[in-house]
Write a protein that binds this ligand. Sequence first.
Ligand SMILES: [Zn+2]
Length: 286
Amino acid sequence: MRFQRKFRCDFCASTESKPYLKTTKVSWYGKDRFELHSCVNCNLVMAFPRPDRDALYKDFFEGADSAQRTITRKLSRPNVLAVHEKAVERAEGFFKEANDGRRPKVIFDMGFGAGTLMEAARLKEMEAEGNEINLAGVHRMQDLGFNAHHGFTRDLSLEPERFDMVFNFDYLEHSYEPFQDLKTCNALLKGNGILYLKTLYLDCPDHLLKGPNYQLLGQGHFSYFWPRTLLCMFQSAGFEILELRMTGLIYIIAKKVGPPLPKISLNFLDHRYAMVEEKTPLEVHH
Ligand SMILES: [Zn+2]
């Protein structure tokens, strides 16, 4: 496996990083040990060094047996269609609120996996489109008559401002360019469109309790998010957060309020420093 050994933050473009975690408890690709680095500027955490992307996903891209097995496993999850129907309904509620009660008609699923969310949207009479690198998943959806694009998000030319809602589930942690992908979500959406995203986050209960044994370290995950950094990324990509839920994973529902900001915003991070610098001392009674 080839490795990339040059650090460049996808969010703020800083090339300065500091080690965040080095562990032998995670199995990784080849003989390199699993290591996470944190951007010194925005705290985005990334696997570093990381394998060359094209070499890593070759089997998925070519639809090898392992690609088919992944799809079969995803389809066998209990109630997967019902869970995705609920997710579509949830986003639909926010869409209607932001769009004078109008129903969403066209949705996009970034990294659709087996495609069950797109099927759920079709059951609700929406038109669904999406992209996926797993060729077996793409063929499955094309056979079902969906417009399913094959490839990494950044390599596709998709029609801008065509979609009412974009879904991004269990995707961003796999991405090498999470901020660029959020900007693509923004570009795909019409004004007031809804993005519904789910990913992992640092300091979640499992991470706090298990530390380097946290089960989501490794596992093909290359980007790791502090909630504050993730919120900064959303804001900078042109979104307003409408709902934030944090359980084992972080769920964000956001509305497109404009194009990405010309400069990245670290507002959610600045807030922490503003609190520290608060001039009025708290009264303390003994
Ligand atoms: Zn950064």
